[in-house]
Design a protein around this ligand. Structure first.
Ligand code: PLP
Length: 419
């Protein structure tokens, strides 16, 4: 039981202190108990605790946050839709894209391309986009037309002696073959996390994203960047798409948007998508979609203050500097007998454990890495998380050099105690 948090630390009921090495669920960017966020929520609670955004109504915090998002995100993304979670946001994206293609008179253009091991949420549509078997099994998912392409992780899915460049070329060829086989006129959008996080911390191979972007442009397929984890500086760049050099038509953000102090997600998208929907509603009918809590005033007030803090304290620059230090420190464990691969970017890192470094045989017995993260991690005072055989780290973006060195040292002790 975790009962309080402060800065990069949380404390259990017995008062034991832990470094929150995963920022909760990859999300508490500005750290715990930030007084400015508490104050922003308090003030908004007093002024207007709730109002909606339906039927020509609006309120200041949601408008101001939408403006801020348009200012911060890459050029061309200038319309905003709020939901309360990343899953709801991705469901909304599916509906927006479908509505748009119906409005444009091409109702057959509905399929999504996603990747195995991608994570986009757990609701019916977003869970279908997710590419993890345990999110599908026994739920009858996927329930929407989606094709999962090969996970772009060279260490696990590259063929023997295949260079990273050749791996990228093979993945792009696969994507184009699927597009041509299905017919581009049936494919609506490609969705991906810039760096796949929840599926096991997997940065893309060199050249992957520009290649995917080119394919999307060539075949008139919308490109959706799911930045729920990567957005607002996690990788040391403003957004994951900026980090890897591509421009999406639709961006999905959450988590770092409010540092998870309030549930909030924002879809930021192009005027082209907006106009296709808005221009046609008179003809085909209202875009009948929205949630009671869309743009919730307290959540958006907290989000706005959170983004101001990220800018004023240069937390994106800090994530770049501290991220480089953390990646360097962890790469020192690449020779550790348990470690198959150390990977990541900025303040997201993963250590994949193997039973045999030469053959990459998965670490066993099953569940041991979870125990390392849970039991040994707790004993060492470092909360991290296992994703299969990968130990994942994603500390708050306020970490200092001393904090990073301590995280790296504790991770080393967790490895040594298990070896
Ligand atoms: N998209 C990505 C990339 C995520 O990592 C997550 C959650 O971890 C989601 C979507 C779903 O967000 P939520 O849990 O808020 O529904």
């Amino acid at each position: 039981m975790i009962s309080r948090g402060e800065g990069i630390h949380v404390y259990d009921e017995a008062g034991k202190q832990y470094i929150e090495g995963l920022s909760g669920l990859w999300s508490v960017g500005v750290g715990f108990s930030e007084p400015r966020l508490v104050e922003a929520a308090h003030k908004q609670m007093q002024a207007l605790p709730y109002y909606h955004s339906f039927a020509h109504k609006a309120h200041e915090p949601s408008i101001r946050l939408a403006e801020k998002l348009v200012e911060m995100t890459p050029e061309g993304l200038d319309r905003v839709f709020f939901t309360s979670s990343g899953s709801e946001a991705n469901d909304t994206v599916v509906k927006m894209v479908w509505f748009m293609n119906n409005a444009l008179g091409r109702p057959e253009k509905k399929k999504f391309l996603a990747r195995t091991k991608g994570y986009h949420g757990i609701t019916v549509a977003s869970g279908s986009l997710t590419g993890l078997p345990y999110n599908h099994m026994h739920f009858d998912l996927p329930a929407i037309p989606v094709m999962h392409l090969t996970c772009p992780h060279h260490y696990r899915f590259g063929q023997e002696d295949e260079s990273e460049a050749d791996f990228t070329a093979r993945l792009l060829k696969e994507a184009e073959e699927v597009i041509e086989r299905e017919g581009p006129e049936t494919i609506a959008a490609f969705i991906g996390e810039p760096l796949m996080a929840a599926g096991g911390v997997m940065p893309p191979p060199e050249g992957y994203w520009p290649g995917i972007e080119a394919l999307c442009r060539k075949h008139d397929i919308l490109l959706v960047s799911d930045e729920v984890i990567c957005g607002f500086g996690r990788l040391g760049s403003s957004f994951g798409c900026v980090h890897y050099g591509f421009t999406p038509d639709i961006m999905v953000t959450s988590k770092q948007l409010t540092s998870s102090y309030m549930p909030l997600a924002a879809i930021v998208f192009s005027k082209k998508v907006y106009d296709a929907i808005a221009d046609n509603t008179a003809r085909i009918g209202t875009f009948g979609h929205g949630f009671t809590a869309s743009g919730h005033p307290v959540a958006t007030a907290v989000g706005l203050e959170n983004l101001h803090i990220i800018e004023e304290r240069d937390l994106i620059g800090n994530a770049a500097r501290m991220g480089a230090r953390m990646q360097d420190g962890l790469r020192a464990y690449a020779d550790h007998p348990l470690v198959g691969e150390v990977r990541g970017a900025g303040l997201i890192a993963g250590l994949e454990l193997v039973a045999d470094k030469a053959t990459k045989r998965p670490f066993d017995p099953v569940g041991r890495v979870g125990l390392m993260a849970f039991e040994t991690g707790h004993e060492e005072g470092l909360i991290c998380r296992n994703v299969g055989d990968t130990l994942a780290l994603c500390p708050p973006m306020i970490v200092t050099e001393t904090d990073v060195d301590e995280i790296v040292a504790r991770m080393g002790r967790i490895l040594d105690r298990t070896a």
